[in-house]
Design a protein around this ligand. Structure first.
Ligand code: AMP
Length: 440
């Protein structure tokens, strides 16, 4: 029950209006500590209810009689526009019975309109780092009186290259009393570095380990011979699975466009979302998907970050994501807030080792599914190592003498070339593939 928290009655009224009955685990863990004013570092997966876990304590702090606003009192930083928009909606829903006003600052929107909004001084400002800094540099933003700062999806902001921008904004909120940092994963060295710099004696709440992902979402893999075969399997799945809405992930824009083209040709109501699409297209795609006019979204990772769409119950990884964290983000689009979800990854020869690294990272094995109607010949490597990876086929040694070949001249070792550090997943066990530069 939400009444277990020392929240203002107007907030409890809003919670009841939203038909939230039981708080989620992250809300149970974080709300009381946040209400005490503690700094928190929360590791909670997407869809866990983490937005309410920080929004309710902020509103509780700011609640009071209507008055002339003189300063921005809380800032929520997020990695993407969509996530910022969704968070604004959530804040507005929870603050509907209060006088608290919120504002949104993201890229892709009119700079002057935003500046005018800032002149009215919202109590809570929600935004993405890049545009917030531009507004700050233009002299439109004063963060000196900010009391609470939230860094949501902090790991994602770092992945997207916002480390310096976030740090600068944290410095601007130099008089803050509380900082709350949320991330879907435990992150790497750069997240630890940021935590050390911006949080004061934080409580670490590890609410959902990444390996809990499977709770509401079945995770399956289907073996495929090659990309054309993957397309056949995809067609079968879209025609035979029961789903309200589906999202198909690819690793490249070109593949997203190709699949989208094929779906449209088959008269599926689909949309494609990738980094080349502008803000208008992205908004349209998400709105149509939310309203149900479109059932299938084909997307690359960057484009789909932070999507929270009701009824998204099928995720298909046409290409296997390049890291365990990316997998968690993709599959986290479904099975949200207790709903059932299904995630299916299509695995060809080239995806197998990546899949087994991700299984080790998540400490779980995906269900192997065989669809007899579209079964191919590849069923995984003949032999696997203890790590779960395929045993490589050794090249036959050629007897050079017998072949009469000249022995190859010995090559000098390259002078002091620095070795790239090995990438190791967060459990410290399975080396993960180095991420290619984002193609999205
Ligand atoms: P989030 O992880 O904050 O993105 O939340 C995922 C979804 O769960 C959102 O649509 C929230 O409105 C919803 N939600 C959050 N907390 C609860 C709750 N206690 N009961 C029901 N739904 C919730």
């Amino acid at each position: 029950m939400f009444s277990q928290f020392a929240l203002h009655e107007r907030l409890l009224k809003a919670v009841a209006e939203l038909k939230f009955v039981e708080p989620t685990p992250v809300q149970v863990a974080a709300i009381p500590l946040a209400l005490q004013g503690r700094d928190l570092r929360v590791t909670a997966q997407t869809g866990s209810g983490k937005t309410a876990a920080f929004v309710l304590p902020i509103l509780n702090r700011l609640i009071g009689p209507a008055k002339v606003r003189v300063s921005i009192r809380a800032v929520i930083l997020l990695p993407t526009r969509e996530l910022a928009q969704q968070t604004l909606k959530e804040v507005e829903r929870f603050s509907q019975f209060t006088f608290i006003k919120s504002g949104l600052i993201t890229g892709g929107e009119d700079f002057k309109v935003q500046a005018a909004m800032l002149r009215k001084v919202p109590d809570i400002l929600i935004g993405t780092p890049g545009r917030l800094l531009e507004q700050l540099n233009a002299g439109n933003l004063d963060l000196k009186e900010v009391e609470v700062l939230v860094l949501d999806e902090a790991d994602r902001m770092l992945d997207m290259g916002f480390a310096e921008d976030v740090q600068r904004l944290c410095d601007e909120c130099g008089n803050r009393e509380q900082t709350l940092l949320f991330s879907a994963t435990t992150g790497g060295a750069s997240l630890r570095d940021m935590i050390g710099k911006v949080l004061k004696s934080p409580e670490h709440l590890l609410v959902n380990n990444v390996s809990d992902l499977s709770e509401n979402t079945r995770q399956q893999v289907v073996m495929a011979d090659h990309n054309v075969h993957k397309e056949q399997i995809l067609n079968w799945l879209l025609a035979n699975e029961t789903y309200q809405k589906a999202i198909i992930f690819t690793n490249t824009r070109a593949m997203a466009d190709r699949i989208y083209g094929r779906l449209v040709a088959q008269e599926y109501k689909a949309f494609v979302l990738h980094g080349e699409k502008d803000q208008k297209d992205r908004k349209l795609a998400i709105d149509r998907l939310k309203q149900g006019g479109v059932k299938i979204l084909v997307a690359t990772d960057v484009a789909a970050r932070g999507l929270d769409v009701d009824g998204l119950d099928l995720v298909i990884n046409f290409d296997m994501p390049r890291s365990g964290d990316e997998y968690v983000h993709r599959v986290g689009r479904t099975g949200r807030a207790g709903n059932e979800g299904l995630a299916i990854s299509l695995i060809c020869h080239g995806d197998f080792n990546l899949m087994s690294s991700i299984e080790r990272y998540l400490k779980q094995q995906f269900e192997r599914r065989v669809i007899k109607e579209v079964k191919g010949t590849y069923s995984g490597p003949k032999k696997v190592k203890a790590s779960g990876k395929a045993v490589g086929v050794k090249k036959k040694k050629v007897d050079k003498k017998a072949a009469g070949a000249k022995a190859a001249p010995k090559r000098k070792p390259a002078p002091n070339r620095p070795k790239a550090p090995a990438l190791v997943s967060q459990d410290g066990l399975a080396p993960l593939k180095r991420r290619k530069p984002a193609a999205e």
